[in-house]
Design a binder for this molecule. Structure first.
Ligand code: PHE
Length: 343
């Protein structure tokens, strides 16, 4: 009885050539009231000692048929697809519709590269508030109230006080305040970079804007010297530009470092020979740096007798402009698609 059912079903299956017919047959055999299902139900009338063999055979038959139905189903589907491809005029050589995808802003792109390189060298990435207090932006960094160094960075003040100790609120003029915030929070040793937006009250032109991006770096540990700084920077720039870059240190002044430095790197275009880009000097100005002033370590709660370290701050915006040959800083905030879609 079972063998006959299998044979008959397989015979009918072979003749089927549409998915609808296939489904009808499947219902007739394997459906709730299908022939095989009924047969399976018949087990209740079978004498005890025969039940086992009966059930096994019925289940084997069910499996055989299910496989046959599945097989047929995929054959029919494939045939349908093939006939669609041959009957509909399907031109494989026609260009596809390009999906509209957004663009990564060049500032983000370079920021991520910088973050990756420093992460690989064991630095963590920190963040801090753009609206700062006078304390973190100035006093904590060894720039007292009436120090002329405040004039170096024209500041946007908010008409509000943080509190008595921290003074007025300002839009941070550099990422250096996060040096102190990080020391306060994590103590020493530290190895961090701080990318972020900074603000200065500037007259805007092709190379100045009121908003730009910096990357601060700071390393605090025992027995740290400026040779570590030089080595790290040289490695960083060589990885970033994927060519050998040299670094030069010159004396410079910032109240929060002692000694303070200006850092240059060898011109990317001429490699140091002298050209139009480096104004024949062979060097490009890069950033400020130095050994962290002991007053700054103290402000962060780090003991200057036990630890020392260096810090640096460079303009990410300028790096991006150099990288892509962008000649007007204002383009970066312009949201102009003609500019942005080039990246
Ligand atoms: N904060 C300085 C600036 O914005 C840069 C700097 C950072 C200098 C750290 C020395 C050490 O100009």
């Amino acid at each position: 009885m079972l063998d006959k059912l299998i044979k008959k079903t397989l015979g009918e299956l072979a003749k089927i050539n549409s998915l609808e017919e296939l489904q009808d047959l499947e219902v007739k055999i394997l459906g709730r009231k299908g022939a095989l299902t009924n047969h399976l139900r018949g087990i209740k009338d079978v004498p005890g000692e025969e039940k086992k063999a009966y059930g096994e055979n019925a289940n084997k038959a069910k499996k055989t048929l299910e496989e046959a139905f599945d097989q047929k189903k995929s054959e029919l589907k494939e045939a349908a697809l093939n006939s669609q491809l041959t009957t509909e005029n399907f031109d494989l050589s026609e260009p596809g519709i390009k999906p509209e995808i957004g663009h990564i802003h060049p500032l983000s792109k370079v920021q991520w590269e910088v973050e990756n390189i420093f992460s690989q060298m064991g630095f963590s990435i920190m963040d801090g508030p753009e609206v700062e207090s006078e304390y973190y932006n100035f006093e904590g960094l060894n720039i007292p109230k009436h120090h002329p160094a405040r004039d170096m960075q024209d500041t946007f003040f908010l008409d509000k006080e943080a509190d008595k100790k921290h003074g007025r609120l300002v839009l941070r003029t550099h990422t250096s305040p996060v040096q102190i915030r990080t020391m306060e929070k994590y103590g020493a040793p530290l190895r961090i970079i701080i990318p972020g937006r900074v603000f200065r009250y500037e007259a805007t032109d092709a190379s100045h804007d009121t908003t730009f991006d910096q990357v601060e770096g700071m390393l605090i540990d025992k027995d740290i010297s400026l040779s570590h700084l030089k080595g790290i920077l040289q490695e960083f720039l060589t990885r970033l530009f994927q060519k050998e870059v040299k670094v030069r240190l010159r004396p410079g002044y910032f109240p929060f470092v002692e000694p303070g430095l200006e850092v240059d790197f060898s011109c990317l275009l001429c490699g140091g020979e002298g050209c139009r880009v480096c104004k024949n000097t062979g060097w490009l100005e890069f950033m400020g740096a130095g050994m962290i002033h002991k007053n700054v370590l103290k402000a962060g709660g780090v003991d200057p007798k036990k630890y020392q370290g260096w810090a640096f701050g460079f303009g990410l915006t300028r790096l991006v402009m150099m990288r892509y040959g962008i000649d007007d800083i204002r383009l970066l905030k312009s949201a102009d698609p003609r500019f942005l879609t080039q990246f």
